[in-house]
Write a protein that binds this ligand. Structure first.
Ligand code: CA
Length: 129
């Protein structure tokens, strides 16, 4: 039996924002998502397109993930956001949740956990619409 990474339904539109290209590619394949490597570009894409969820790294070139998240929420964008961070500091987690994140996953993470969390976010997002 071959073991394949869990996939989300193709109908879901996810944006993955991660500057580590290998990690981004790994996640993009599992989520069949769009990918972006810079915070400023991520913000522009998130404001221009509608996504079912955004997987957002905190440490990014251009603009950090927390700042991207704050601007989205200020503009009334309620797309579910899952924050990723290599630093599992409590402060950062709290700051992220206060800035309007829906979930948080410290790196390194298991792909199964990421996909399960993104699915849960999409479900919650659909129910609240
Ligand atoms: Ca990063």
């Amino acid at each position: 039996m071959t073991r394949t990474a869990p996939r989300l339904a193709d109908a879901m539109k996810i944006l993955v924002v991660e500057d580590e290209v290998k990690a981004a590619e790994f996640v993009r394949k599992a989520l069949t998502s769009g990918v972006c490597h810079r915070g400023d570009e991520a913000l522009a894409q998130a404001l221009e397109n509608s996504y079912d969820a955004i997987v957002l790294d905190i440490m990014l070139p251009g603009r950090d993930g927390l700042s991207v998240l704050r601007v989205l929420r200020e503009r009334g964008n309620q797309t579910p956001v899952l924050l990723l961070s290599a630093r599992s500091h409590l402060n950062e987690r709290v700051e992220g949740l206060n800035a309007g994140a829906d979930d948080y996953l410290p790196k390194p993470f298991a792909l199964e956990e990421l996909t399960a969390r993104v699915k849960a976010l999409c479900r919650r997002g659909c129910e609240s619409r």
